[in-house]
Design a protein around this ligand. Structure first.
Ligand code: NAD
Length: 434
């Protein structure tokens, strides 16, 4: 199959690379010339484990190219995927569809024969029909179908998630489009991964419902964590005891500083807006959003309390600022709430993150960047773990405690146990929900 991938970000690049690895002929298009130039040099513009190797082997095999020229990529393509961003629209919490609709119009002008225009971006119910309208209005003669194919990959494990998905969801309205989508994903079905064919609206809803449900699990356990702190329970044990129940499951039950990232915050917000617009308020999702905001702010109080009520003039070493490990993505990361509050409170903040600096430098003004946790903690009054990178899971706590002025640990990912922390010489410790 000949595939054009419009938008070469976290989703478009991974999807394009993986489709080429299936054996398809793929052109990844982006309007950012610098990004395409980087890719042409063989450099991966994002940090995603394993992506560089799969990309390199498919470029070498001649199945994968990068381009800023949308028209030539669309020319003769069997399927054109839209994988552009759908950020939160400023002011009203809705998904901003500007990029999707611009891409749809550009694709329409470039179509040369029958193609399936597939929306991979996360979009509100009704968007695929709007994409079809835009294409029809721009090019009444175009021969095309639309398909909804939401993406469920997780940053940090994106290649594996794409190659071994729990399921593939495809919303289609014609047998012809179903056939094309079937051909594209055939290499996966050979390994027996389920594909859910449905209508456009259901496919669009599945993505929002799935993300809102996962966000609900996180906010739920974070609220339980706050209660655990009051009643003397340990949320780690509570989550374990809950998660062993097969009906509940142990995933997304880790108490922490609140969810962030490029999907949950904007998708829960968009779902809440969609519900309001249709007169069916999504009260659970609305509450999940509120609880997440409160959770992030509660983390600031934890650090302040640990530091005796104020961080003014104190040095805080922050380990991890990306929204989760194994990605450089800083979008809506809890660090963007917590760190500025500390800087605003007069703290000298030193940050260590294996891949966060490139994005984080502009987003976290007033901090200094270190590469070594031990150097960052030297002479500090508080060590704050915000992201559970593997690098931070087996620190020599004794060495760190000895080097700090006041050995305080705020472990907001519950990596360490209080007994070990205390035994290592820390005099102050706070976790989440314990
Ligand atoms: N990031 C994730 O983990 C993830 C997971 C599942 C779904 N999604 C969804 O996938 C979509 C894309 O997310 P992302 O994180 O990859 O976004 P991103 O911001 O990383 O990438 C989007 C890219 O599209 C490009 N672009 C915009 N308009 C274009 C146009 N007209 N022509 C060519 N290129 C254009 C931008 O320059 C950018 O490089 C969003 O709807 C998101 O919700 C993201």
């Amino acid at each position: 199959m000949k595939i054009a991938m419009i938008g070469t970000g976290y989703v478009g690049l991974v999807s394009g690379v993986c489709f080429s690895d299936f054996g398809h002929d793929v052109v990844c298009v982006d309007k950012m010339a610098t990004k395409i130039a980087q890719l042409d040099r063989g450099e991966v513009p994002i940090y995603e484990p394993g992506l560089d190797a799969v990309m390199a082997r498919n470029v070498a095999a001649g199945r994968l190219r990068f381009s800023t020229d949308l028209a030539s990529a669309v020319d003769g393509a069997d399927a054109v995927f839209i994988a552009v961003g759908t950020p939160t629209r400023r002011g009203d919490g809705h998904a901003d569809l500007t990029y999707v609709m611009e891409a749809a119009a550009e694709i329409a002008r470039a179509l040369t024969g029958y193609a399936v225009v597939v929306t991979k971006s996360t979009v509100p119910v009704g968007t695929n029909r709007k994409v079809a309208q835009v294409i029809r209005a721009t090019r009444p003669d175009a021969e095309f179908d639309v398909a909804s194919n939401p993406e469920f990959l997780r940053e940090g494990a994106a290649i594996d998630d794409f190659m071994k998905p729990d399921r593939v969801v495809v919303g289609v309205e014609s047998e012809r489009a179903k056939g094309v989508m079937g051909d594209i994903y055939r290499p996966l079905f050979l390994r027996d991964f389920p594909i859910v064919y449905t209508d456009l609206e259901s496919a669009e809803m599945i993505k929002y419902a799935a993300n809102a449900f996962l966000a609900t699990k996180i906010s739920f356990i974070n609220e339980i964590a706050a209660l655990c702190e009051r009643v003397g329970a340990d949320v780690k044990s509570v989550a374990k005891g809950m998660g062993l129940d097969g009906r509940i499951g142990n995933k997304f039950l880790h108490a922490g500083p609140g969810y962030g990232g490029s999907c949950f915050p904007k998708d829960t917000s968009a779902l809440a807006r969609i519900g309001q617009e249709h007169g069916v308020p999504q009260r659970i999702t609305e509450t999940v959003i509120t609880v997440n905001d409160l959770t992030k702010r509660r983390m600031i109080d934890k650090v302040l309390d640990l530091c005796g009520g104020s961080v003014n003039g104190k040095t805080v070493a922050v380990l991890g600022v990306t929204f989760k490990p194994e990605t450089d993505d800083m979008r809506d990361a809890p660090s963007l709430t917590v760190v500025p509050a500390l800087v605003g409170g007069g703290a000298r903040v030193r940050v260590v993150d294996p891949h966060g600096k490139r994005e984080g430098e502009a987003l976290l003004p007033g901090v200094s960047w270190e590469t070594d946790p031990y150097v960052a903690a030297d002479g500090a009054e508080c060590l704050l773990i915000l992201t559970e990178w593997n690098e931070f899971r087996a620190l020599d706590l004794k060495r760190i405690a000895a080097a700090m002025i006041t050995p305080n640990l705020a472990d907001l990912r519950n990596i360490y146990d209080k007994a070990d922390v205390t035994a290592a010489g820390f005099t102050g410790y706070v976790g989440v929900g314990r």
